[in-house]
Every structure is written in C-alpha cells, then in structure tokens.
Design a protein around this ligand. Structure first.
Ligand code: ATP
Ligand code: MG
Length: 242
C-alpha cells in the first residue's frame, strides 16, 4: 500500500538516509524512535508535504509525486491536534466534507455517527479552546475519519495525555482501526504504546530504519546494540499486540 523505496532527503543539518519501508494494506504500522530521528519527516513524505531528494514514495504502486496531496485519501492527525480555534467541534469535524460539498444532511449524519462512536456528542457545540487534551484528540480523530481516508497518519497522537487517558484512547484507536481497517502509520516514542497498538514496528534511529518486525520480535530480539540500547532503557509494561 505504501512503499518508501530508498528514500533520502536532507533538511538543514538533518538527513534521512536510504529509507526503505513497506507498509501493508490495512495494517497498523508504528514508527518508533527517539526525538529528532525523522519520524515526522517520514509521515510528511508519505503525505506529500515533502518530496524526496532521491528514491520514491509509492502509494498503491503509483509514484506519489504524480498524485496531488488532496487526491491521496490520506488523513493526518497531528500531535498538537491542530483544530480550528474559531470553529466549534461540529464545524471542525464537518470542515472537510463541507469543502467537498457533501450534502448537509449526509454531513450531519456522519458527524453524529462519529461523535457517538468517539463519545464526544456532548461537545459538539463547544470550541476547541475549552476542551481537554483527550477531548481535542478525539475531535481531531473524528475530523480525520470523516473523510474516510484509506491511509491514516498519526503523529504522536497520545503523547500530551496523562497515563489513564492515554490507555483509554489507545484502546479506542485499536477499535477505530478494527472498524475502519484503514492503513495506519502511527508515530511514537512510547514503547508501551507501540507494543500495544502495532501490527508491526519500524525502529528509526538517526534517520535510518534499523529494524522492522512484530512488537515481540523487536523488543525481544533487537537487531544490534544500538537498537538494544534504545529499547532497553525501561521495562515494558504492555501486552504485545502481536
Ligand atoms: N524543514 C526543515 N528544515 C530544517 N530542519 C528540519 C526541517 N524539518 C525537520 N528538520 C529537522 O530534522 C530532524 C528530524 O525532525 P522530525 O520532526 O522528523 O523528528 P521526530 O523524529 O519527529 O522528532 P520528535 O519525536 O521530537 O517529534 C530534526 O532535527 C528537525 O529539526
Ligand atoms: Mg515529530
């Protein structure tokens, strides 16, 4: 579904070097790495916000350079939620479908369905500035899902939340994925989150893909000392998704 073939890009002092990743249709793929290793840059390459200096980003076999970003059917959930502050929750969620000129009755039905599922119906008239982090995250998830993306990119969606809310939303993300079966590329530096959610994990260190595998494999058999040093710093509390 998504293939980064030997992708390199230099941004200022940072470079991603010969990144090779294949993400399968319908899988929950987690990019795991410490801060500043290029995780967000990888998502932005997939979303078409950057073009690689070398190599190709393929989506369903087609070179993504030839698909305009708005036609890629990609949803993006940002770490800082990026909601429109001057629009209430309903209008935030309805924003994309309105741009696409979906009939208002269909928009209403879709917003209500998602609000029900994510338990934010009581928040629809509120403005983002009055919401907690967990509530904002649910809204930004609804805003992405309403476009029925084939690919959902999530950049550290849970990192700003307290441990309990995090655990709850983690379960929710899993259910959303099971229901929609879209291909998810999820970025995190949290080992527990990666272990709990991912079908497969890609460990990125210093702009390089170091290891790809199911969580158990990655955590129990790190490929080399560098991966081991990164993963071995704290004991894992999570139950592996796979
Ligand atoms: N447009 C840019 N110009 C210059 N440097 C950039 C640009 N975009 C990203 N970088 C640098 O590239 C490196 C990787 O950035 P990236 O945002 O992908 O890190 P990350 O792995 O997502 O980190 P974090 O976990 O902190 O979000 C950083 O050092 C960042 O400063
Ligand atoms: Mg980032």
């Amino acid at each position: 579904m998504i293939k980064l073939a030997d992708v390199s890009i230099t941004l200022g002092d940072f470079s991603l070097k010969n990144v090779h990743l294949e993400i399968r249709k319908g899988e929950f793929f987690t990019i795991l790495g410490p801060t500043g290793t290029g995780k967000t840059v990888i998502l932005e390459l997939i979303a078409g916000l950057y073009r690689p200096d070398a190599g190709k980003v393929l989506i369903n076999g087609a070179d993504s350079e030839n698909i305009p970003p708005e036609k890629r059917e990609i949803g993006f959930v940002y770490q800082d939620y990026a909601l429109f502050p001057h629009l209430n929750v309903y209008k935030n969620i309805a924003f994309g479908p309105r741009l696409r000129k979906m009939p208002p009755s269909a928009i209403k039905e879709n917003v209500q369905g998602l609000a029900d599922m994510l338990e934010i119906t009581h928040l629809l008239a509120r403005f983002p500035g009055t919401l907690s982090g967990g509530e904002q995250q649910r809204v930004s998830l609804a805003r992405a899902l309403i476009m029925k993306p084939k690919i959902l990119l999530m950049d550290e969606p849970l990192s700003a939340l307290d441990p309990n809310t995090k655990r709850m939303l983690c379960g929710e993300l899993k259910r959303v994925h099971e229901k929609y079966r879209c291909t998810v590329v999820h970025v995190t530096h949290d080992f527990n989150e990666a272990a709990m959610l991912a079908d497969r994990i890609g460990v990125i260190l210093k702009g390089k893909v170091k290891q790809v595998g199911v969580p158990r494999e990655v955590f129990e058999r790190p490929r080399d000392q560098e991966v081991k040093n990164f993963l071995g710093v704290e004991p894992l509390k999570a139950v592996y998704a796979r």
